[in-house]
Design a protein around this ligand. Structure first.
Ligand code: SF4
Ligand code: SF4
Length: 431
């Protein structure tokens, strides 16, 4: 199936029968059913209640044509900070999660080390992705040293996928990186070469990588909220009672490029599928087996061009909640109601991160989407230490905002975010 046919997998064409007879009355009924069930479930947190069978990975696929096997839901190690976090890794393993994603920079190197310790003796049961932020001025030799450091941290002599981390400039995919990647693959230190990305020029970088056949796999930010057809479909049903529903398509070319990658045998893993992960906002509308995160995962995993998703896992209960979406069918109308409600609740207060429509508005060159992303790590993920560490790595933080009137960026965000006060607050919290 082509990605364009998947693009129509909103209410009008869901393979599970939420088809073109899905009326506004149906939608309201679905939304009402969610609310009623949530009240019945009580306030204990819908994700915590479980069906009798322990959730586990139910689907595995080959990542593109890499030969690397991944489950449809992989472990993101962004939050691994302390030795005690090894138990979370072990719980994921016990539930059948066999692909672990990390990066040299996560928690200032601690994530790789914790993962290495937790997986010691079980390397043959898992596949690994790690990443390094290769800049154009980094020599191939330097990049090889950074890979070897990651291998030591991970206690292995190879990684399955090695990615250039958070690429937002094609210059970062230049000759030194290409020479390094080819040599490392030849030496058996990496099986597949990849790039990750979640910033405004992601589509441009993906297209460059595909045009020049530079990668075997991608890891990109992708969620229901980046799908124009989804939002337009939902808006038609809800516009009279949720007039603020955000319909801005961010990264409009992403579905097309993901489809192209898949057609060309390049693996596609996706992240940030929860669009900010403001899960607590959604608990009153959820019920067991029907949480916002599960609906969001079902949506993205139903895309035939997506091989699997990576999500940060921080607790056993969270893992169990997430894995209920493994191997699931496409989202139905109740899922869609949850996703739409999430969009409606967060419209006007949540940055789309990758859209970048505000990029040219700041004369001081502040990287507004990056600062907004750090704000998300701090406020929505509840990870201030990680947010501060990532914020410190930004080339253009929000320090300039403290002495600025805010006039140049006022009105630059089509989602209606008040950029200046948000960035000033973020700088004060994270600088
Ligand atoms: S407040 Fe001023 S410095 Fe900050 S992003 Fe807006 S225009 Fe740029
Ligand atoms: S602040 Fe607004 S315009 Fe800028 S990236 Fe976020 S959603 Fe897009």
């Amino acid at each position: 199936m082509s990605v364009s046919s998947k693009n129509a997998s909103g209410p009008e064409s869901s393979p599970r029968g939420a088809g073109n007879d899905w009326t506004r009355r149906d939608f309201l009924r679905a939304g009402s059913a969610v609310g009623t069930a949530a009240m019945a479930a009580g306030a204990a947190g819908a994700g915590a209640a479980r069906s009798p069978a322990a959730p586990e990975i139910r689907k595995r696929v080959e990542l593109g044509r890499t030969g690397v096997e991944i489950p449809d839901i992989s472990f993101g190690s962004f939050s691994l900070e302390a030795d005690a976090d090894e138990r979370v890794v072990h719980h994921a393993l016990d539930r059948g999660v066999t692909h672990f994603d990390t990066a040299e920079g996560y928690t200032e190197g601690r994530a790789e080390k914790i993962l290495g310790r937790a997986l010691a003796g079980r390397r043959d049961q898992v596949t690994l992705t790690t990443k390094f932020w290769a800049e154009p001025e980094h020599s191939a030799e330097y990049q090889m040293k950074m890979l070897e450091q990651s291998l030591r941290h991970l206690r292995t002599d190879y990684v399955d996928v090695y990615m250039n981390h958070a690429v937002n400039e094609v210059a970062r995919l230049g000759e030194e990186w290409q020479a390094f990647a080819a040599r490392a693959k030849e030496q058996g230190k990496i099986r597949a070469i990849g790039m990750s990305g979640h910033a405004p020029r992601l589509a441009q970088c993906m297209e460059y990588a595909l045009d020049h056949q530079l990668v075997d796999a991608f890891l990109v930010a992708y969620s229901f909220a980046q799908q124009p057809s989804f939002k337009e479909s939902v808006k038609a049903y809800l516009s009279d009672w949720l007039p603020s529903l955000d319909i801005v398509a961010s990264q409009a070319r992403l579905p097309e490029l993901i489809g192209r990658a898949h057609a060309e045998g390049v693996g596609v893993m996706v992240m940030k599928t929860l669009k900010g992960a403001r899960l607590n906002d959604m608990r009153p509308y959820e019920r067991p087996g029907r949480t916002f995160s599960q609906a969001a995962f079902r949506w993205v995993l139903a895309d035939p061009s997506v091989d699997g998703l990576v999500v940060t896992m921080t607790s056993e209960a969270q893992i169990d909640e997430y894995l209920e979406a493994s191997g699931a069918e496409a989202p139905d109308r109740e899922d869609l109601a949850l996703l739409a409600r999430y969009l409606a609740k967060n419209a006007g207060s949540s940055c789309l991160i990758g859209c970048g429509d505000c990029m040219s508005s700041c004369p001081a060159g502040v990287s507004i989407p990056d600062v907004m992303r750090m704000r998300m790590y701090d406020r929505d993920y509840g990870k201030p230490a990680i947010a501060r560490s990532e914020y410190a790595r930004l080339d253009a933080d929000a320090s300039a905002c403290l002495g600025c009137s805010g006039a140049p960026c006022a009105g630059a965000c089509p989602s209606g975010l008040e950029i200046a006060p948000l960035l000033r607050d973020t700088h004060r919290r994270l600088a």
